[in-house]
Structure formats: C-alpha cells, structure tokens
Design a protein around this ligand. Structure first.
Ligand code: HEM
Length: 320
C-alpha cells in the first residue's frame, strides 16, 4: 500500500509552540541544585544491557536494519510515562521502553547525527496512542484539561484506559511503537512481545517495586522479547494512531536482556538520549507524532544537558 503522509498546514509552527511551552514549564519548575531529568518518562523502572538479534528473513523483509541476520549490542531503559520521579510504581501510569542498538551502519535521520552508529526504538505498553491531533498536544501542554474534556473527551478517556493496567514487572508486558514508521515503501508499526516467565506478585507497597522485580528476574536468568513488524492494511490510518491497525505482527528478531549479578540503580543509563529519528531512512518515523517527537525530544535533551552542565560548573566552583 503506498504511503500517504501529508505534512499538516501549520504543523511546524504548532510543534515550535509545543517546544516553547515545554521549555517555559521546565524553566519554571526547575529547582537549582537538582539534576534535570526528562520532561516526560522521568522515572526509570530499570536499565539493562541486551543483545538484539536480526533473524534470517524472507527476501521481502530484508531491508534497512533488517537486511541481514546479525547480533547487535543494545541497552534498554524502561520508564514511567508521567508524574514525578518519586511517584510510586503502583499508581496507574504508561510504561515506556526505549531501546538503543549500537554499531548500526548507514546514515541516520536525526539532524546533526547522520554519522551516528546508534539506532533507537521508543515504545509504550499500549497498542494505540491516546492523542489524535497535534493541536491536542498543545492543549495538554497548556494544562487546559477542562477545554480538552469539552472538545475531545476521548483523549482523556484513552489516556486513563492506557495507564490503568496492573504491571508486575516491566519484563512481563508487551510494548508497541503506537505510531507508524516506514519499512521501505510500506508503512508499519513495531512491537516487542515478552517471552519470559512472569515475576511473582510484587510487594506493591515498595514505591520502586518494578525495578526491584526486574532486578530479581534478571539475577536468575536472561529475558527475551520478540521484535515484530505490523504492516499497514487498507483503512489503517497514518495520521490518527488512536485506532488499532488490523495486520498480524510478524517476528523479525529478538531482544535478549542479559542476566545480571548486580543492583539496578534508578540513575543507570540516565545520561543516554533516545529519539525515534535516530534511525535509518528505510525506517523513518511517519505522521505528525513522528515529526513532533524529532524536534521535541531533541529540544528537551538540549535543555537538560545545558542545565546539568551549569549545575556541574556551579558545583565545581563551589569546591574551589
Ligand atoms: C507527539 C507525541 C509525543 C510527545 C510530544 C512526546 C514527548 C516526550 C518527551 C518530551 C520525552 C522526553 C525526551 C527526553 O528528554 O529525552 C519523551 C520520552 C519518551 N517518550 Fe514520548 N512523546 C510523544 C509520543 C510518544 C509515543 C507515541 C511513545 C510510545 C509509543 C512515547 C514514548 C516515550 C518513551 C518510552 C520515552 C522515554 C525515552 C527514554 O527512556 O529516554 N512517546 N516523550
């Protein structure tokens, strides 16, 4: 099916206004002396080393990163979508999964990082994205929830439904790109489906039980996720990702999270930056959410890097 992905009238201006609102919020909320984290997905639920294996695939699936079978070194960071870094894990939330794969040849799409050897895949634990239109992201940024509830109540209900799932461990659930990517000349979505044994029922009174469950599971054995692709079918929308696509998920590879014999700290992997545009042209993120994330994630990363550098310099001066 040919890809139909027109750029919306005013899209760039709205994305820029979303960035300006985000940075203004960050400036206002920042407490001097406290390291700046991500604007969203601030709390880490676990970080680990992994190996991503591309399977031997049939001819029609062999392209871009999936052109030939190979093992790649990777890392994975699991996170809570919203709320503070101190929020208890038992509180309903979106759970995110960000995978960074190393030593991937070929030019990358993220401006200024064309020669990067990294490839990022960023997903969350629901099949669909809760926002239908870019304008709603701007309203969310303004905190205009009453207006949002009047104009598009579905956004609020979808957000609540996506967050309200009990999770025993981040290794026990499936993750979805939610929004489309290119797969050569076709549009697709990606998923990671879990393969390992589930954790025992966790101690939900431990505010960080997810990281502790993950640590316990990985101390006993490695954990695998199957990586899948789902191709766009007739009637599946690229612009509106609030509806599930119809196609089957086809396995392309495996993410094997390695066994550990150490503690997982909340700050592990904190300095890494993930961006779905750090990818090959064959896998370009599509739709307005893809284009918005390219600029928004880069701006958020640049801001927290700047603040953390300033804090570090202040700390060094204080030591003199
Ligand atoms: C236009 C839509 C979206 C906006 C504006 C947005 C915004 C953000 C921002 C500002 C960050 C922090 C980036 C950083 O400082 O490094 C972030 C991180 C993240 N987002 Fe999104 N996001 C969007 C859509 C999505 C979607 C569709 C998913 C999943 C399918 C997703 C999953 C994640 C994850 C997992 C992270 C954490 C990455 C990490 O571990 O560093 N986001 N998002």
């Amino acid at each position: 099916m040919p890809i139909n992905d027109p750029v919306g009238f005013n899209e760039e201006a709205i994305i820029n206004s979303v960035i300006a609102k985000m940075i203004a919020k960050r400036e206002k909320a920042h407490s001097p002396g406290v390291p700046a984290r991500r604007f969203l997905h601030g709390k880490s639920l676990g970080f680990a080393n992994a190996v991503f294996t591309v399977n031997e695939l049939p001819e029609e699936l062999r392209l871009g990163f999936f052109a030939y079978p190979k093992d790649y070194r990777a890392v994975v960071r699991f996170s809570n979508g919203g709320l503070s870094e101190k929020a208890w894990d038992v509180i309903p939330n979106v759970r995110g999964m960000a995978v960074k794969i190393f030593d991937v040849p070929g030019p990358k799409m993220l401006p200024g990082e064309e020669s990067s050897r990294e490839l990022d895949i960023v997903l969350a634990n629901d099949q669909t994205f809760f926002v239908a239109h870019l304008e709603e992201i701007a309203r969310l940024m303004d905190g205009k929830f009453a207006e949002l509830l009047m104009k598009s109540p579905g956004t609020i209900f979808r957000a609540l439904a996506a967050s309200n799932k009990f999770v025993s461990s981040v290794l026990d659930i499936d993750y979805f790109s939610q929004v489309p990517h290119r797969f050569g000349d076709r549009a697709c979505k990606f998923s990671f489906t879990h393969d390992g044994q589930p954790a025992n029922f966790p101690n939900i009174f431990d505010p960080n039980y997810m990281r502790h469950s993950m640590e316990k599971q990985l101390r006993s054995e490695p954990y695998s996720f199957t990586f899948n692709v789902q191709f766009q079918q007739k009637g599946d929308s690229i612009a509106d990702s609030t509806k599930r696509w119809k196609g089957d998920f086809i396995p392309l590879g495996e993410l094997r999270i390695l066994q550990i014999n150490r503690k997982i700290n909340e700050s592990d992997g904190e300095t890494l930056e993930f961006n779905p545009f750090r990818t090959l042209h064959e896998h370009e993120p599509l739709g307005w959410p893809g284009r918005a994330r390219k600029a928004v994630y880069a701006a958020d990363f640049a801001w927290r890097q700047k603040i953390n550098r300033q804090e570090q310099e202040k700390g060094e001066r204080a030591l003199v």
